[in-house]
Design a protein around this ligand. Structure first.
Ligand SMILES: Cc1ncc(COP(=O)(O)O)c(C=O)c1O
Length: 507
């Protein structure tokens, strides 16, 4: 194997036998031919040439294992084709890749391979998740993949926000919410639903896929299931999610159960139901989703030309995502793409902060809390399923936990929006945490920092309306920008405009 020569994937846009070039291969792409046909041509050609490449070498022995987080768990492992969510002793499972097989290729090879797929539309590699297929689900047949070309999200240079409010020039916001269903959940759901698609084709008894949700998971689940023709069942806490979130599973044809309980109550019920019925559980307890979510971390490194940022701040609720980021970074380090990993910060709403309290206790005592209402409704979780995963990630990344009050998160969201973003309240939590860490000097002025934005602000317009109309009880809404009601008359318009311009020139 010659690692010096360019990876074969770099020789991409070659003419195919039929003289055509690779072009868009996506669900529903109307190219006049089977959208997935050309992947086969690629593989065949490489095999004909006898090239050794990650796409043709066996990277199998992927399995879920239960020994990672709690050393007490006896080592046990299962094939991904088995339906199992927890270890025998009730611990969390983790997908284990065959690192020996992956190490047949060095870091340079993987960097080049992943870079070669950016902007390509060859099925399924145009997806930010499936462009890392060998590290996600190497064995799945590309024809079984259900993808909406998720990932490849913008890493936004928050130049104005950073300079104006934090004295920072190297602040970035990873917009994971600019995605098919408007949140980072698409990254994991493409993997989970693809695997379910595979299981159903293998005639495994899976009648549908179910989840409890604070809104975004159900939106992603129902969209991907609808694309694959798989029934989806979602348990939602009534009146605790935004209308924009609720309408998504309804529109995508999910069976929606709206329940008079909170997320933790829905979670308990879905676990009981999936233990009784052949409904596949899609919550992040299921370690498959984290495999897709971890690709956002790899993408960040890639977007910095494989330079490692100093800090990555992730808003946390059920706490799967913070671990997914850790896993993505750690895998890049282990496989030689980078030589260190960033420090992770998990940001929680003060109204739902069990991880923060645990951290503050010096990791001595974990107690679930009763989560209070928060504008960051998707992280209103008092008993996070992935607590052990989060602690593992934070301890191994020299990480920290910070919290933000309702006023802090809403004010920060307004400030961020005033610099051209349109963030969700969860991203407000993460940015507010950053502000506090800057104030205390924990994060330095020149530290390269990435804040993970987890959902699209358009899903949470009501909270912005309430804020800007100063309609939140007990909150000053200091940065509210209220519309001016004015008569449709040129004199009246000129008068308010001149007042506005006058004020602007003095500030
Ligand atoms: C918008 C948004 N941000 C953050 C989170 C928290 O992610 P996790 O539950 O993995 O901590 C969620 C999860 O529901 C979410 O929907």
């Amino acid at each position: 194997m010659n690692f010096e020569s360019p990876p074969p994937q770099l020789i991409k846009n070659r003419e195919r036998d039929d003289g055509e070039r690779d072009s868009v291969r996506q669900i529903g792409a109307t190219t006049g031919s089977h959208p997935r046909k050309f992947r086969q041509d690629d593989d065949d050609e490489k095999q004909r040439k006898g090239e050794v490449c990650a796409e043709t070498v066996s990277l199998s022995r992927i399995e879920v294992s239960g020994f990672v987080f709690k050393k007490l768990d006896l080592h046990e492992s299962y094939s991904l084709d088995e339906i199992v969510y927890r270890s025998r002793s009730g611990g969390l499972l983790d997908v284990q890749h065959d690192m020996t097989a992956l190490k047949q290729f060095d870091g340079k090879y993987w960097r080049s391979l992943f870079d070669s797929r950016v902007g390509k539309t060859t099925w399924p590699y145009g997806s930010g998740v499936w462009s890392k297929k060998e590290w996600v689900l190497p064995e799945i047949d590309s024809d079984d993949i259900v993808s909406a070309f998720e990932g490849n999200s913008n890493l936004f240079w928050a130049e104005r926000f950073g300079k104006k409010f934090l004295g920072m020039h190297d602040l970035w916001v990873k917009h994971c919410g600019i995605s098919h269903t408007g949140s980072f959940k698409d990254l994991g759901m493409t993997v989970l639903v693809s695997q379910v698609n595979r299981l159903r084709k293998m005639n495994r008894p899976v009648v549908g896929v179910g989840c409890a949700s604070t809104g975004d998971t159900s939106a992603a689940l129902s969209a991907y299931c609808a694309a694959a023709g798989i029934p989806s069942i979602v348990f939602l806490p009534a009146n605790r999610i935004s209308i924009a979130q609720l309408v998504q599973p309804i529109a995508n044809g999910a069976f929606v159960l709206s329940m008079d309980t909170d997320f933790d109550g829905c979670m308990k019920l879905i676990r009981e139901v999936t233990a009784e019925l052949p409904i596949y559980l899609a919550n992040s307890l299921n370690s498959l989703r984290l495999e897709g979510q971890k690709t956002a971390a790899i993408e960040i490194l890639q977007q910095f030309d494989w330079e490692v940022p100093d800090w990555v701040i992730v808003p946390g609720g059920n706490l799967g995502n913070i671990y997914a980021f850790y896993k993505g970074f750690q895998m890049c380090k282990e496989l030689g793409l980078v030589d260190r990993i960033p420090r992770l910060v998990c940001a929680q709403a003060a109204n739902a902060n069990p991880l923060y309290l645990y951290y503050k206790s010096g990791w001595t005592e974990f107690n679930p809390v009763k989560a209070n209402t928060t504008f960051a409704s998707a992280i209103q979780i008092g008993d996070p399923v992935s607590i052990d995963r989060a602690v593992f990630a934070l301890k191994n990344s020299n990480g920290i936990v910070e919290e933000a009050t309702e006023e802090e998160l809403m004010d920060t969201m307004a400030l961020a929006d005033s610099t051209g973003m349109f963030i969700c309240p969860h991203t407000g939590v993460a940015l507010a945490a950053l502000m506090k860490l800057r104030e205390r000097g924990v994060i330095g002025k020149t530290d390269r920092t990435v804040v993970v934005s987890t959902a699209h602000g358009l899903k949470f317009t009501q909270s912005k309306i309430d804020y800007h109309s100063k309609g939140i009880e007990g909150m000053a809404c200091r940065y509210a920008n209220q519309p001016v009601e004015v008569e449709a008359d040129i004199g009246a318009v000129m008068s308010v405009l001149s007042q506005y311009l006058d004020k602007g020139s003095k500030s």
